[in-house]
Design a protein around this ligand. Structure first.
Ligand SMILES: *Cc1c(COP(=O)(O)O)cnc(C)c1O
Length: 388
């Protein structure tokens, strides 16, 4: 292996997460695995087959490029939905490959009809409704026109979904906004139904909505962060652990991803010397240091300078000095016999210790989502039975 660091995907963790979440939403509710952002950093190519092994056959991507990547690795009977960007000139390929996509403007609906006519296949569409997030979504004022256009062109369209997305279901601060969105969605769906527009699936829930507001579950849930084994927020975690019978004895979600590297070199420093660039860290005693061959180029945030920590020999080693482009130093004074080549855990478990994505992201001022999504595509991903 030529790479400096690697990511491990824990197969049994994913299995547990999917099983738990499917139980929470009910067996008859369709589970959509959201794999945008390179499957939240897990790697589309590695993650899709793994999810399929656990009974997931619906995947949501952000754009045509992610759809293309997923298409190369997915089973024939697995289905893709594009949630976001889709250019007019990509639509032909998308419809021809029977990939579903969101419709959130009248123009896109017109383009879908024109393209479907040309390709001679139905466009599989999800009508995304504006309910109060104000990002993407068809506004109420144009729904009558949308419904008319759909009815006139029903032979070119398959209405796979009618959907919306909540503006922050993971925080109680958005409680009334989420409720208003939910009520608005119900009302608009009814209005469309009266006009004869009835989809295969009504859907609105992401992880947080499904886990906090059961009413939002409907026919299908778009699970992102939770099936990777992370809670959308501390609030979501607390609410779920407190309301369940688990009584904090166990967390039903298991982190799927670990990130590891190896010690590059070790050295001693005498007290009174500054370590690494500038004067960010002064050795106030004699110390042993290990150089870790990872830096901000590899996604190890610079704000972890003098702040983050890693695991070596199952023990915590704190970052001393600045995180450089390709390396940083950790203090191994209290960890005996560290040598180059020893395994270093950046995220994940080693022995009894664990660096959680959550702790790591708090340190680097990023939420789980951002940290994962920023893990570079080039880092190799390996599937392991159970990363201990
Ligand atoms: C990202 C995304 C999701 C998944 O969100 P999680 O909070 O990770 O579960 C669901 N729906 C849409 C439209 C999204 O963009």
């Amino acid at each position: 292996m030529l790479q400096t660091s690697w990511i491990e995907l824990d197969k049994s963790a994913l299995k547990k997460n999917i099983r738990y979440l499917q139980k929470r939403i009910g067996r008859d509710t369709t589970f959509v695995s959201v794999i945008k952002g390179n499957a939240y950093g897990h790697g589309i190519e590695e993650f899709v087959p793994l999810a399929e092994e656990n009974g997931v056959h619906n995947f949501a991507v952000y754009d045509a490029y992610e759809a293309y990547r997923a298409l190369q690795v997915k089973r024939r009977d697995s289905h893709l939905i594009i949630l976001g960007m889709l250019d007019a000139d990509q639509m032909e390929w998308v419809i021809d490959n029977e990939i579903a996509f969101y419709i959130f403007t009248y123009e896109r609906l017109e383009a879908a009809i024109a393209t479907a006519r040309k390709v001679k296949k139905k466009a599989r569409i999800h009508l995304e409704l504006e309910t109060g997030m104000y990002r993407t979504g068809l506004e109420e004022e144009i729904l009558a026109e949308v419904a008319n256009l759909i009815k006139k062109n029903s032979r070119y369209l398959y209405i796979e979904g009618i959907c919306t997305h909540y503006a922050g279901a993971e925080s109680i601060a958005n409680y009334s906004r989420v409720h208003e969105q939910y009520a608005c969605f119900q009302r608009l769906c009814k209005a469309l139904k009266r006009r004869g527009i009835i989809p295969q699936y009504y859907h609105s829930a992401c992880s947080a909505a499904a886990l906090i507001y059961p009413d939002t579950i409907m026919d299908l849930v778009r699970f992102g962060i939770a099936h990777y084994g992370l809670w959308p927020s501390m609030e979501t975690k607390m609410k779920n652990l407190l309301s369940e019978d688990s009584k904090f004895t166990r967390d039903p979600l298991k982190t799927v991803l670990s990130w590891k590297t190896r010690v590059m070199s070790v050295k001693k420093v005498q007290r009174g010397n500054f370590i690494n660039y500038g004067n960010a860290f002064l050795a106030t005693k004699n110390m042993s240091l290990a150089t870790i061959p990872i830096g901000y180029y590899h996604g190890y945030n610079r704000s972890l300078s003098n702040f983050g920590y890693v695991l070596i020999h199952g023990r915590k080693a704190e970052v001393v000095g600045m995180v450089n482009m390709n390396m940083f130093m950790v203090n191994v004074s209290n960890i005996p016999a560290v040598k180059s080549g020893d395994e270093v855990v950046l995220i994940g478990r080693q022995g009894d210790m664990q660096i959680t994505v959550a702790s790591f992201s708090e340190l680097s001022n990023m939420v789980n989502y951002e940290l994962l999504a920023r893990l570079p595509v080039q880092i190799p991903r390996h599937v392991v039975e159970s990363a201990k």
